[in-house]
Design a protein around this ligand. Structure first.
Ligand SMILES: Nc1ncnc2[nH]cnc12
Ligand SMILES: [Zn+2]
Length: 323
């Protein structure tokens, strides 16, 4: 275990971080049957579409400010125990709305959980507001407008998650223009389920400083050179990729190949209890699979902190924690 190595996570979906035990408690509270997506202490799904359904099912059980405060606090305290000093969580007002919670209540609840965890463990956290790709361009644009209105001081970025095989990146150009013009950090899921072309489109159309996953850029050497040359940071999630069968095993995951080709890579959990991942487990697995020592792991954390959507005094403070 590497709890002594300071860690930073840039890519975790807060609704996807709800443990089956917490979801079960919520289901009892609201009288909802969860047998379609949770069995015992595990989420049950067999492919990406099933995963998204399980994700939505769990999200539907967080309905109040306090529900979200507890979710954020529990998640952040857990990763602080694994050595995390910083986390960015993807937040999705569309999921809150579907569960009957106002966007204001959603952000207030999350912020309360973030404040509680910070008070207890010192962990810093920012929120990246995401639009959901398969809800369509209008919904993603509405999410971008909401983000651009700066509805909470802890929201520092905008991104897009969801079904990558839905629509074309160009359909979402306006949403990202709105968010970029508002000064928000920009990231987009690409190159997870779709190949290198999806990453190239994301770079051309969205001009992000970071890409969620981007891992399948490995299929195109020229694209890897471009990503390295432009200094675009990849939010890699090896455990997620293996669970979703994008790669057969950690040994076959190209994290180390990308690192060696000069790409700025970071380690992330994505949706921890769905994929048996966590930021600590990702660091542990990287150490085991690629033989990284503490200095190299801290280098990965430094890359994440440098790419974080955070104010400069906080970045300086975090860099100071890396020793
Ligand atoms: N791995 C993932 N890819 C795309 N959208 C997501 N939403 C939650 N997890 C996701
Ligand atoms: Zn993701």
């Amino acid at each position: 275990m590497t709890p002594a190595v300071p860690k930073a996570e840039l890519h975790c979906h807060i609704e996807g971080a709800a443990s089956p035990a917490l979801v079960r408690t919520q289901a009892l509270k609201y009288g909802v049957d969860i047998s379609g997506f949770i069995t015992g202490d595990s989420y049950v799904w067999s492919d990406f579409t099933g995963f998204l359904a399980a994700y939505d099912g769990a999200a539907g059980l967080f309905r109040t400010e306090e529900d979200y405060a507890e979710l954020a606090e529990t998640y952040l305290r857990g990763i602080a125990e694994e050595g995390a000093i910083y986390a960015e969580i993807f937040v999705s007002p569309d999921h809150a709305k579907a569960a009957g919670l106002s966007t204001e209540g959603y952000f207030r609840g999350l912020a309360e959980g973030i404040a509680r965890a910070r008070g207890q463990c010192g962990i810093e956290c920012r929120m990246i507001l995401v639009g959901i790709r398969h809800l369509g361009a209008e919904a993603v644009e509405a999410a971008a407008r909401l983000a651009a209105s700066r509805p909470h001081r802890l929201i520092s970025g905008f991104g897009m998650a969801g079904e990558e095989r839905f629509g074309r990146v160009a359909d979402y150009r306006r949403a990202f223009d709105i968010a970029r013009d508002a000064g928000l950090g920009i990231t987009i899921h690409a190159g997870e389920l779709c190949g290198a072309g999806s990453v190239r489109d994301a770079l051309d159309v969205v001009r992000p400083t970071r890409i969620g996953h981007g891992v399948r850029s490995i299929e195109d050497p020229a694209l890897v050179r471009r990503i390295a040359g432009e200094g675009v940071v990849l939010e890699l999630c090896p455990g997620s990729n293996v669970a979703l069968k994008v790669f057969a095993s950690m040994a076959e995951h190209p994290f180390d190949l990308l690192l060696r080709q000069g790409v700025k890579v970071t380690l992330n959990s994505d949706d921890p209890p769905h994929f048996q991942s966590s930021i600590g487990r990702e660091y542990d697995a990287a150490a085991k699979t690629w033989g990284y020592d503490a200095r190299q792991l801290i280098g990965i954390t430094r890359t994440a902190v440098m790419a974080a959507f955070v104010d400069e005094p906080t970045r300086e403070k975090l860099l100071g924690q890396l020793g």
